[in-house]
Ligand binder design. Structure first.
Ligand SMILES: Cc1cc2nc3c(=O)[nH]c(=O)nc-3n(C[C@H](O)[C@H](O)[C@H](O)COP(=O)(O)OP(=O)(O)OC[C@H]3O[C@@H](n4cnc5c(N)ncnc54)[C@H](O)[C@@H]3O)c2cc1C
Ligand SMILES: *[C@@H]1O[C@H](CO)[C@@H](O)[C@H](O)[C@H]1NC(C)=O
Ligand SMILES: *[C@@H]1O[C@H](CO)[C@@H](O)[C@H](O)[C@H]1NC(C)=O
Ligand SMILES: *[C@@H]1O[C@H](CO)[C@@H](O)[C@H](O)[C@H]1NC(C)=O
Ligand SMILES: *[C@@H]1O[C@H](CO)[C@@H](O)[C@H](O)[C@H]1NC(C)=O
Ligand SMILES: *[C@@H]1O[C@H](CO)[C@@H](O)[C@H](O)[C@H]1NC(C)=O
Ligand SMILES: *[C@@H]1O[C@H](CO)[C@@H](O)[C@H](O)[C@H]1NC(C)=O
Length: 494
């Protein structure tokens, strides 16, 4: 390279770097001049926004935080951010995705939707502001004897859960949460506020059901409600030696010939690295209490039990109680996931492997006081009869697959310096679990986006054709690639 060219180049690069932090500051000033709810470090509301992220690693420090109150505010913010040409930004719903940088950003702009949490019931449609958490929704619909497909812990956000698929108490009977959306109100890259539904922009309607933050900012979710009374369920803690019986019971529960549309929940094996104790637990629900325990009997009858909290209550009471446990934790939390068909041995094999390796891993990072959880859950059969397509990659007209299990592996810990090592442990575990599933011939390509680690490729798991369709939708509604280039966090299409 000619010396003067390289000199010139270094000036351009230096210029770009300087310009980019300057630009973020001036973008924040521009936002602040047109919107009333823009907050800078040192303000109470800025601090409250940051500390409301549940997991410590999510508490990044943006140059400013925008807290829109209306979809017009969101539109104005999108226009300013687009015109800036390069300011990076993040969009936050309930803030419960564990991947750092997906819902917040260091030195950029965070659009924190939490002020837009209104919930209105109009006959059997529930209109939910995109910053609502599920507790906000249950608290409004249940006094009317209605429910919706939603999260099973109240503090989780409507936005992320729904745009990533969503699994509810009622999913074995009624399918994915995203399929219960009748309309999304969305701010597109152009700043236009539009309705997205089966007759208006149906391609984007399908895209938003699985494509999360790739196309625009959802400002309102219109959800289909249904009549619902209380359900039966709760948590059971088992003695450590009950683990094998619990895994067998879960395996039997997943027998597709015994599929029970009212039985939902999960089984968790937990290892606390500080106490070196294994604790098997189940969290189960039966949505028709008069028919209980149905297919849950296999799991609820396992012993010995240490605590049995099964009771009848409204879904919103279960979700409220569960939130208290989550809120009190505030650890660093990382997770990953994979999917397979049930077989008589697969869950046993995966559990044995985890059980044999996890004490050594926790010992290695003992200074970070890690705890690990291995959870097995059902995937909903999808999609239901006559529903508009989603993007999750399950063939719409095939017989629903009722034998699918996904697992979550989680580490909770208290020291940032263990992050890389524990992420590597997650990667290794997923690789080994996938090998076991492949050896058994039961591996499934789906990777549940809402529990996928940043290093996984859940969009790829929807299938090549789906990814092409989603890319086409992104090009159509966001031709300049605002949501690909400036929204850096999340699982991207390009
Ligand atoms: C305690 C706990 C319980 C859970 N329970 C369930 C459960 O019962 N069922 C289930 O299916 N999953 C469950 N999950 C997983 C959950 O679905 C994901 O964590 C999900 O990301 C949470 O949504 P959020 O709005 O809180 O997330 P956020 O972290 O705020 O958002 C997640 C992603 O969505 C994007 N996004 C947020 N708002 C918008 C918007 N308005 N428009 C466009 N994109 C947006 C963000 O940019 C981000 O990339 C649970 C998770 C936790 C931690
Ligand atoms: C916000 O948090 C920062 C860092 O923790 C602290 O220095 C500052 O005093 C806080 N500001 C307010 C208004 O609480
Ligand atoms: C909800 O159901 C309960 C029990 O059946 C009944 O007592 C109550 O009146 C119902 N509430 C409404 C608003 O319909
Ligand atoms: C779909 O969008 C159109 C256009 O805005 C709107 O008129 C219609 O009411 C929407 N449908 C639903 C179910 O919200
Ligand atoms: C692990 O056990 C210790 C000691 O009882 C406890 O303080 C800690 O909260 C536990 N960790 C988790 C994640 O439950
Ligand atoms: C919720 O917690 C309260 C207080 O501990 C308890 O009385 C109630 O039974 C719990 N309900 C459910 C559904 O867990
Ligand atoms: C789907 O349709 C078939 C045939 O009409 C019906 O038997 C079945 O119960 C329906 N399934 C659901 C989940 O609605």
């Amino acid at each position: 390279m000619h010396p003067s060219t390289s000199y010139l180049l270094s000036w351009i690069i230096l210029g770009a770097v300087v310009a980019s932090s300057d630009t973020t500051t001036s973008t924040c000033d521009a936002l602040s001049s047109v919107l009333s709810d823009v907050f800078f470090p040192e303000s109470d509301i800025y601090n409250a926004s940051i500390s409301s992220y549940p997991f410590i690693q999510l508490r990044l420090h943006p140059t400013c935080i925008v807290r829109p109150k209306t979809s017009q505010d969101v539109s104005i913010a999108v226009n300013v951010l687009r015109e800036s040409g390069c300011t990076k930004f993040a969009v936050r719903g309930g803030g419960h995705n564990a991947n750092a940088g997906f819902n917040n950003i260091e030195d950029g702009v965070t659009i924190d939707m939490q002020s837009m949490n209104a919930v209105d019931v109009d006959k059997e449609v529930v209109r939910v502001g995109a910053g609502a958490i599920w507790q906000d929704v249950y608290d409004v619909v249940e006094p009317r004897n209605l429910s919706v497909l939603g999260g099973r812990i109240g503090v989780v956000g409507v936005a992320g859960l729904t745009t990533g698929g969503g699994i509810s108490f009622f999913s074995p009977e009624r399918g994915w949460v995203c399929d219960s959306v009748v309309n999304f109100q969305v701010v597109l890259a152009s700043g236009d506020i539009v309705d997205v539904n089966a007759t208006s922009r149906p391609d984007l309607f399908a895209g938003l059901k699985g494509g999360q933050n790739n196309f625009g900012i959802v400002t309102r979710f219109d959800l289909k409600a249904f009549p619902q009374g209380p359900i039966w369920g709760g948590r059971i803690a088992f003695a450590p030696e009950a683990d094998t019986a619990l895994v067998s019971a879960f395996t039997e529960f997943k027998n597709p010939h015994k599929y029970d549309p009212y039985a939902a929940g999960w089984v968790t094996l937990r290892y606390n690295g500080s106490t070196k104790q294994f604790t098997p637990t189940s969290i189960l629900w039966y949505t028709r209490p008069e028919l209980k325990p149905g297919a849950l009997a296999q799991m609820t009858e396992v012993g010995p039990q240490v605590m049995n909290g099964m009771q009848e209550a409204y879904a919103g009471e279960f979700t409220r109680n569960a939130s208290l446990v989550v809120k009190s934790a505030s650890s660093r939390t990382i997770w990953a996931t994979t999917t397979f068909h049930i077989s008589p041995t697969i869950v046993h094999h995966i559990h044995s492997l985890w059980k044999s390796l996890v004490p050594k891993i926790c010992e290695t990072y003992a200074y970070a006081r890690p705890t690990s959880e291995l959870t097995f859950q059902s995937l909903p059969p999808s999609p239901q009869n006559g529903s508009h397509p989603n993007s999750l990659g399950f063939a719409p007209d095939s017989t629903p697959e009722k034998d699918l299990v996904f697992l979550q592996i989680i580490f909770y810990f208290w020291d940032a310096s263990a992050t890389e090592g524990l992420n590597n442990a997650l990667k290794e575990f997923i690789k080994m679990f996938n090998e076991i599933a492949e050896e058994e011939g039961v591996k499934h390509k789906y990777i549940y986006l809402n529990f996928a680690a940043w290093f996984q490729d859940p969009l790829g798991g929807y299938g090549k054709e789906q990814v092409e369709t989603l890319r086409h939708v992104a090009r159509k509604y966001d031709p300049e690639g605002l949501f690909q280039e400036q929204v850096v966090g999340g699982f991207k299409l390009f």
